[in-house]
Design a protein around this ligand. Structure first.
Ligand code: PPE
Length: 308
């Protein structure tokens, strides 16, 4: 999706003009993929732009850096402020925010220990990641021929930059075959996650989701919000080791993520899910979610962190 520039990007403590936010071609992370990032959204609220669950996103960024052995030269508070500053400067009330921790210029070779750690925070307007029609009517999902990373090979609990080679391979395969999104299985055939989304399945009225830790899925912050919303609506969400055929037999399937938000799945591998229309549970959680992000649900007001 093409980028629409905004005013400023925060780089290592300073705001720089969008066009000046440049790095050297010998930047370490560009070659070896060792870095960590976040995806966060701001939504319009009655009190100006509100960043959805900003603190948990920044905490996960630091956790990921810790897992990958990267020492971030700022603290959580500074990066929370950096996000707010970038959103304020943009003048936007809805945007996608991308903090990035990467290894900078000055060293080469696989040992990252001597490298400098740099941090950038950018934001830009980003519409529905899987399309407005996807959110309204559901997407076509394809189980990928690529397996999800084995957590013994790469730490899937970190949102590491280089790990997204796996997601991009799956995404390209699905899109070229005419689908909207790919769903990755573990090497032993359990449902893991989408290329950038967690997966939920409704079977016999129960909401099931794979246990993140054992299937190499990211512990999604949107998924966490959906679990709370579902529980408050009276649905129990159970962690369950789902198989591919559980997707085929499901009454409803939906994906969650910051970029994707909450997206119904209309079909999996060309098999219609339920009636083919977004199901009642998907609709119910979607409705509350889109109100919550705008600060319109009193119980979830704390999820919205204002920038002024
Ligand atoms: N799994 C993966 C692999 C993933 O990348 C994301 C977020 C999630 C699950 C959901 O996590 P959360 O956003 O906390 O609910 N993917 C981000 C990057 C997408 C991109 O295209 O870039 C995102 O949604 O911002």
């Amino acid at each position: 999706m093409p980028l629409t520039p905004t005013q400023k990007i925060w780089m290592d403590g300073k705001l720089v003009d969008w066009d000046d936010a440049k790095i050297h071609v010998l930047t370490h992370s560009l070659h070896y993929g060792l870095g960590v990032f976040e995806g966060i959204r701001a939504y319009p609220t009655s009190a100006g732009p509100g960043v959805f669950r900003l603190t948990p996103h920044i905490k996960r960024l630091f956790q990921g850096a810790h897992i990958l052995g990267l020492e971030v030269p700022h603290d959580e508070k500074q990066l929370i402020e950096a996000v707010k500053e970038v959103v304020r400067e943009s003048g936007l009330d809805a945007c996608y925010i991308r903090p990035l921790v990467y290894l900078g210029y000055g060293e080469m070779g696989l040992n990252p220990i001597p490298c400098t750690v740099n941090v950038a925070v950018a934001c830009w307007p980003w519409g529905a990641y899987l399309g407005d029609d996807g959110i309204a009517n559901g997407i076509r999902l394809k189980v990928s021929s690529w397996a999800r990373h084995d957590p013994r090979a790469i730490p899937t609990a970190a949102k590491g930059t280089g790990m997204y080679v796996n997601s991009s391979l799956a995404k390209v395969e699905a899109v070229r075959a005419g689908y909207d999104e790919a769903l990755l299985l573990t090497t032993d055939g359990h449902v893991s996650e989408g290329t950038g989304e967690n997966c939920f399945v409704v079977r016999r009225g129960r909401i099931l989701t794979p246990p993140s830790s054992s299937v190499g899925a990211l512990e999604g912050i949107t998924a966490d919000s959906i679990r709370t919303i579902a529980a408050d609506l009276g649905y129990e969400v159970e962690e369950y080791p789902l198989r591919r055929t559980d997707l085929y037999m499901a009454e409803e399937v939906f994906l969650t993520g910051t970029a994707a938000e909450v997206v119904p799945v209309a079909s999996v591998d060309d098999r219609i899910v339920g009636s083919g229309e977004p199901g009642p549970i998907t609709r119910a959680v979607q409705e509350v979610f889109f109100k919550a992000v705008r600060g319109e649900v009193p119980e979830y007001k704390d999820w919205v962190e204002h920038v002024t």
